[in-house]
Write a new protein. Structure first.
Length: 379
């Protein structure tokens, strides 16, 4: 049970709980305050913990970062979260007490941000804020996650660019004399991510058994190149090679006389002439230049991965096999990502079915079927 108490131009709600009294101040009419008190009492009766008073969103974000992000997320992800919190969420919403944070306030914040940055960025703010408030619910700081009542901005992702076999030939011809040709050729042949390719060592390759193992990645963080273990169990995987790729890498390894010594197992597969790692940013920039010169339009290095997947699907590879090669978390994710390609394969599927399913029989079609049967018997 609880009661209302007039406080100037506002009303104070007081609710008795097993651990003490819960207070909340509501601006406006007594009717609004009473409606809020009924809502809080109903939540408390259902066992929902009432929000702790006083804590601001800024404090909650700090608690979430220290209690969850630092222990559960990679350093790269943590850096991205920290940037969003520091530059966007705290300046706009940080001083608001979490118990007073409403869906209207958050929705207005999203609308304002959409005028400054892309909808994709604001959607990222929403995902982060929802995670942080969810942490607050689990820690019994909040009674509910107000982000469940908020509509994040809708946005369409970057258009996936996949190459046809003839366009792939154009790309590889355009890159033939470039120092990054080996990594580009391996990318379209395996579907590996850029960070996975640049982290490969020769010990990760078995050129005789036509396979490679993905166990670490290379990232550039604040100007410093770092090697990290792959983020998930799905990312740690064995990927089969085509015989052409194995032959190419065998020759590439033999040609690396510029190292001035035999190639060691711990040497990077793709590196500078002094053996130092390639810079991901430089590779992306050079790839864009190669694509532009080849007249292939807009294309990111990551689209080599999409090209690998689309060509494999169009050649009849099973989605589960492709999903495992790409290191996706599930086949469903692969199916969803490449649904436009899979839907375009229905005609091929029906042509295959037409070869094995007998013709339907009714009326004139029965006569036609009898004629075919008689013709086969006379042959």
């Amino acid at each position: 049970m609880g009661y209302l108490r007039k406080r100037g131009n506002s009303w104070q709600i007081c609710i008795y709980t097993p651990t003490g009294r819960f207070y909340e101040t509501v601006q406006g009419s007594k009717a609004n305050a009473k409606a809020r008190m009924i809502e809080l009492e109903a939540s408390h009766t259902k066992g929902v913990t009432l929000p702790k008073s006083g804590i601001t969103l800024s404090q909650l974000l700090d608690d979430w970062f220290a209690g969850y992000v630092r222990s559960q997320c990679s350093q790269r992800t943590a850096d991205g979260y920290e940037s969003i919190v520091r530059l966007h969420l705290k300046p706009a919403l940080g001083n608001i007490q979490v118990k007073k944070l409403t869906s209207q306030v958050i929705q207005a914040f999203y609308s304002e941000e959409c005028e400054k940055v892309s909808r994709r960025s604001v959607a990222a703010y929403h995902r982060l804020l929802k995670q942080a408030l969810g942490y607050g619910v689990r820690q019994e700081i909040l009674g509910r996650n107000i982000c469940d009542l908020v509509d994040p901005p809708r946005w369409t992702g970057k258009t996936m660019r996949t190459l046809t076999p003839s366009e792939l030939e154009v790309l590889l011809e355009g890159a033939a004399d470039n120092q990054f040709y080996p990594v580009i050729y391996t990318a379209v042949s395996t579907g590996l991510r850029q960070a996975e390719l640049l982290g490969l060592r020769w010990r990760d390759l078995d050129l005789d058994l036509l396979s490679l193992s993905v166990s670490r990645t290379l990232y550039k963080r604040r100007g410093i190149i770092e090697f990290k273990e792959t983020k998930t169990a799905h990312s740690r995987r064995r990927v089969a090679m085509t015989p052409k790729l194995a032959a190419f890498l065998t020759g590439y390894k033999q040609d690396r006389t510029w190292l001035g010594r035999p190639v060691g197992l711990d040497d990077l597969v793709f590196c500078h002439q002094d053996g130092k790692p390639l810079d991901p940013g430089v590779l992306s920039h050079e790839f864009h230049r190669i694509v532009e010169r080849a007249g292939l339009g807009e294309m990111r290095f990551h689209d080599t991965r999409h090209t690998f997947a689309s060509l494999a699907l169009l050649r009849g590879a099973k989605p589960k096999v492709i999903s495992e090669a790409l290191g996706h978390s599930s086949v469903a994710f692969t199916m969803d990502t490449y649904s436009h390609i899979i839907s375009g394969m229905q005609e091929d599927m029906m042509a295959l079915l037409d070869e094995v399913i007998p013709s339907g029989v009714n009326g004139k079609s029965k006569e036609a079927a009898d004629d075919v049967k008689l013709e086969r018997q006379t042959q």
